[in-house]
Write a protein that binds this ligand. Structure first.
Ligand SMILES: Nc1ncnc2c1ncn2[C@@H]1O[C@H](COP(=O)(O)OP(=O)(O)OP(=O)(O)O)[C@@H](O)[C@H]1O
Ligand SMILES: [Mg+2]
Length: 655
């Protein structure tokens, strides 16, 4: 209610009572000497309209009691009858009781004991200005004018009182005021603000009587005069050291926002608006940067590595993927501690629906903005042509795919411990290459490719000399299984690569400024045996063979030649080739050299996540990826993909 309405109402009420008094007594002396006027009119009107229009706190009740006691002394001694003594006792009780309550209370009322709550509420009822001073006023006018001696005056004053009380002038003033105010969708007071964390988070203490499941509700922060300071969303509700505490992310500041600094009480009012289905779990916190979102959540909330959260950025959503979490402990003012989970999420970016991929965001998430879990329900989209779907972001619908051309021309590595799903992912990529008209030569020690890729009619290649004939033919897939590699695997590998390179050189016409599209992919399964690191070779000449293979891979790019490197042991594979792999699928790995190597590609936080990745989950990074930044993906479920392959039941014997 606006101050101006209350003041207007006060002047109108005072004018009425002065007019009646003047008419009854013929002058204005009553205004200084008559108990009925002092006690009833001045205090009733002033206190209930100006000082305590809403409700009376303990301190107000104390003042009301003291004022009541002092005004009783205006009553001439001859008129101090039994009722006077009752009033005296009433005022004295209010003074003493509210003084004790003020001394005892240290917390908000809803947190206090039942007894304190009872007495405080009782005092508020019987210590309201309307209660005490109505009684005084009525008693005063009867003493002064004595019914029916001065019937008209008494009737007029009673009429005034009736209008003031029954029509309830403070409420009328409030109603008039609310008519001109913006409508507020607020229900009941539910807590108080205990602190503002700059710039947009309010810490609140919540009423124990509130229901569960209020996280996500819209709230209003109300100043003492019942004016709205801000709107917000409650995103945390938990018990800390026996108190129900919460945090509010402020979504809109009112014109009175600056008044929160005056130190007055700010109440929290919960709106009736239904909670949105996606609940906020935290707010953007310190430590966030352009690529990284940091927020703290209630330890009871369960999330998963790889899960997607979103933050509003202007009028779009910026997506982030959870990569790390740790328990954080903050020290409370009284020396106790409170725990929360500090979550770190890597940036995915803005969702570009037409390309079914993420566009990077070049700025930090807005401090204090709400963080909401996203399942990406409405984003399901198929990747554009030329791209191969490899999976989706865990617990979401966001597809993850790679550019088929880039995986070959810029080389790709699949790294992970045994059983992590490398070969299955390789079969899937190989099928995509064949589908795109690209030739694939698999150098396979495991026999797995021969068995699983039977439906693609692979051409068996016994020696490197068979390569040219195969490349001249129509068959897109060829597999060599090292049955008689007497000079060692690295030599055979380099020979095969060499033959491929020769053929491409002869059959490709280079044009300045035109990139040759991918033509041939060499798959190096168990690459640590085919292209070992120099300190892992079986015999010294292997070093030269590995270097020869590396040179071919490096030069082959010009002619559309690339490789798909698959290994369990990053440490044992030559870095001269691994370093040329621009796209990396990192599945679960434990070896330190591997993690050190991957750290350079994806940064500290992602590389730490590699050792705890769930099964068939990978971190994809590099040129071919649909995400400009590293992305954790759940690889498509291939369990039944090659199940109906008849050769799997009857092992092949051909080499
Ligand atoms: N995407 C997937 N979805 C479901 N199951 C999978 C998937 N990938 C692999 N598997 C299962 O895990 C098993 C091991 O996978 P795979 O052979 O690809 O592992 P690997 O990483 O190549 O292991 P190794 O290093 O020993 O060759 C498969 O036999 C299959 O049952
Ligand atoms: Mg394998």
């Amino acid at each position: 209610m606006k101050q101006s309405y209350r003041l207007t109402m006060m002047f109108v009420s005072l004018a009425i009572i002065l007019a009646v008094g003047r008419w009854a007594t013929g002058n204005f002396e009553f205004a200084t000497s008559q108990f009925w006027f002092i006690a009833g009119a001045l205090l009733l009107i002033l206190l209930s309209l100006v000082d305590q229009p809403h409700f009376s706190k303990d301190a107000n009740v104390f003042v009301n009691g003291a004022t009541a006691l002092v005004s009783l002394f205006i009553v001439p001694e001859s008129q101090r009858l039994s009722l006077w003594w009752i009033f005296c006792a009433w005022a004295t009780y209010l003074i003493i009781a509210s003084f004790i309550l003020m001394a005892m209370r240290s917390r908000e009322l809803f947190l206090e004991t039942k007894a304190i709550q009872f007495f405080s509420r009782l005092n508020r009822a019987i210590g309201r200005p309307e209660s005490i001073f109505s009684a005084y006023f009525l008693w005063g006018i009867f003493l002064q004018f004595g019914y029916p001696r001065d019937g008209i005056v008494i009737n007029l004053l009673l009429l005034f009182w009736a209008i003031f009380m029954i029509l309830n002038v403070p409420i009328i003033a409030q109603t008039v005021a609310s008519f001109f105010e913006e409508k507020k969708d607020v229900a009941a007071t539910t807590g108080v603000v205990t602190g503002i964390q700059s710039p947009r988070i309010a810490e609140v203490r919540l009423s124990a009587e509130l229901p569960e499941n209020i996280v996500g509700k819209q709230v209003a922060l109300m100043l003492d005069g019942n004016e709205k300071a801000a709107d917000g969303t409650l995103f945390e509700d938990r018990i800390v050291k026996g108190l129900r505490k919460g945090r509010v992310a402020i979504t809109a500041f009112g014109s009175k926002w600056s008044e929160v600094s005056s130190g007055g009480r700010i109440e929290l009012v919960l709106s009736d608006v239904a909670t949105p289905p996606t609940r906020p779990i935290g707010a953007v916190a310190a430590g966030s940067s352009i690529g990284k979102l940091v927020f703290e959540i209630d330890p009871r909330i369960s999330l998963h590595a790889g899960e997607v959260v979103k933050v509003k950025a202007e009028d779009a959503n910026s997506y982030y993927q959870i990569i790390a979490a740790n328990i954080a402990e903050s020290i409370l003012p009284d020396g106790n501690t409170s725990q929360s989970v500090r979550v770190t999420a890597g940036q995915l970016g803005l969702w570009n629906a037409s390309q079914a991929m993420f566009d990077p965001v070049d700025w930090v998430p807005s401090a204090g903005e709400l963080v909401v879990v996203s399942q990406g329900d409405s984003v399901a989209a198929m990747p554009p042509t030329g791209r191969c779907l490899v999976g989706c972001v865990p617990n979401s619908q966001f597809p993850v795919h790679v550019n088929v051309q880039d995986t070959i021309t810029h080389n790709t590595a699949l790294i992970g411990v045994t059983g992590s799903g490398k070969s299955y992912l390789a079969f899937h990529l190989i099928e995509a290459y064949i589908g795109a008209g690209i030739k694939v030569l698999v150098l396979d020690l495991t026999r797995q490719h021969w068995e699983f890729l039977q439906p693609k009619n692979p051409t068996p290649l016994a020696t490197a000399n068979d390569v040219t004939a195969w490349l001249n033919g129509d068959s897109r897939l060829a597999i060599h299984q090292f049955a008689n590699a007497t000079d060692g695997f690295p030599k055979a590998t380099a020979d095969f690569a060499g033959k491929c390179f020769e053929w491409l050189q002869t059959n490709t016409r280079l044009q300045a400024g035109v990139n040759i599209p991918a033509k041939l992919c060499i798959v190096l399964e168990e690459a640590h045996s085919l292209i070992p690191e120099w300190n892992q070779v079986a015999q010294q000449p292997d070093v030269q063979q590995v270097n020869r293979a590396a040179r071919i891979i490096l030069q082959g790019r010009k002619y559309g030649l690339g490789c798909l490197l698959i290994t369990q042991r990053t440490a044992n594979v030559t870095k001269t080739i691994l370093n040329q792999c621009n796209t990396i699928f990192a599945l679960r790995s434990f070896d330190q050299t591997g993690l050190d190597f991957l750290r350079n590609y994806m940064g500290e936080e992602y590389s730490q996540a590699i050792s705890t990745l769930p099964q068939y989950t990978a971190i994809l990074v590099g040129k071919a990826s649909s995400s400009a930044r590293p992305i954790i993906l759940k690889i498509t479920d291939f369990e039944d993909r090659w199940q109906n392959n008849p050769t799997l039941q009857t092992p092949a014997t051909t080499d």
